[in-house]
Design a protein. Structure first.
Length: 246
């Protein structure tokens, strides 16, 4: 049996499902919930997404990527996320950045998403690993369109999790990797440090306000620390741009 929507949404940010109603509080002050939205927006622009284009952002979180894409590319963007608090934050961000006419955010389950026509581009950052993201995204994109996802890749080219292996998997789908942007170590370290500082402070505040959540919050914070340590020491954070095949 598949995981519930709350379980899947919470797992994407390394949180127990019990904390789903409090994800907004735990990530207060964290604009980008994984991924590097400006880098993803720049990649889409290089791959030909521009004015008049239609883009969908799955697991859009607080809207950082969708807003960055609308500003950089001048295209229309639909963001979908399961967390109502994140979607409200996304709408406020779009208004603050002056792109509300271009960006629409919806609360929904992207696992069951049905669209009347395919998009020019699709994005997923900080959710599924590349293989699952690719299989999900390519079905939403027109032939010749592009999709962008992020993942942690192994530095050893012989690894089954290397950039080379990722390109081979994408080719097996009939698509082609057109760009891989590795996030520089110092940039990644600063981003991880800021996020950890924010979630630790938020977790401490939530535990004080809701003692019954203390155990779940503790598990969440340990998972955040573990994921950050592994990302900084074992992997290379990368954004992958793919052209869908004919």
């Amino acid at each position: 049996m598949g995981r519930s929507l709350a379980e899947q949404s919470s797992a994407s940010v390394d949180a127990p499902a019990a904390l789903f109603p409090w994800l907004g509080a735990l990530f207060e002050g964290v604009d980008a919930l994984g991924g590097f939205p400006v880098r993803a927006a720049n990649m889409l622009a290089r791959l030909g997404v521009g004015r008049g284009g239609r883009v969908i952002d799955l697991g859009c979180g607080k809207g950082a990527a969708a807003v960055a894409i609308a500003r950089r590319c001048g295209c229309r963007v639909l963001g979908v996320d399961a967390c109502p608090a994140f979607v409200e934050s996304a709408r406020r961000l779009a208004a603050a950045r002056g792109v509300s006419p271009l960006v629409r955010f919806e609360v929904g389950d992207f696992r069951r998403l049905r669209v009347p026509r395919r998009f020019d581009a699709a994005v997923m950052l900080g959710c599924d690993p590349l293989d699952r993201a690719a299989e999900r995204l390519r079905g939403l994109v027109r032939r010749g369109g592009v999709y962008v996802a992020d993942d942690a890749l192994a530095p050893d080219p012989r690894s089954p999790y290397s950039a080379r292996a990722a390109a081979a998997f994408i080719a097996s789908l009939g698509d082609r990797v057109e760009a891989i942007a590795t996030v520089p170590g110092p940039v990644l370290a600063r981003a991880v440090s800021r996020t950890l500082a924010a979630v630790r402070a938020n977790g401490a505040r939530l535990s004080a306000e809701r003692p019954e959540l203390r155990r779940a919050v503790g598990a969440f914070l340990r998972a955040q620390d573990r994921s950050a340590r592994e990302l900084l020491t074992r992997w290379r954070a990368a954004i992958v741009g793919v052209r869908r095949g004919p």
